[in-house]
Design a protein. Structure first.
Length: 96
């Protein structure tokens, strides 16, 4: 089991996959907030949101959502690596 874990964690991601994960990790950023984070703002009808080009049409609520937790993103990464290992093992198995 430990060998499988080591092999899974060594699988590299494409540049696009890394950028996709970074996109999710940065969803808490806010261009109008003094500390550049949504986590410290009351987003609904916040004074900082007035004039922001990202504000949604739904009652003045920010159109962006909060980022998933770091643990969730790490679980997604591990799942993607495990799925890649599984697919490679199926290809090798079919070539025998």
């Amino acid at each position: 089991m430990l060998d499988i874990y080591k092999h899974v964690s060594q699988i590299k991601f494409s540049r696009e996959a890394v950028e996709f994960m970074l996109y999710f990790m940065r969803m808490n950023q806010c261009v109008k907030s003094p500390d550049k984070s949504k986590l410290t703002l009351n987003i609904k009808l916040s004074e900082h949101c007035k004039g922001c080009h990202l504000i949604g049409l739904d009652g003045g609520i920010c159109g962006n959502v909060y980022a998933p937790s770091e643990r969730t993103i790490d679980n997604w990464r591990s799942l993607a690596q495990a799925f890649t290992l599984f697919r490679v093992s199926r290809v090798v198995e079919n070539q025998k």
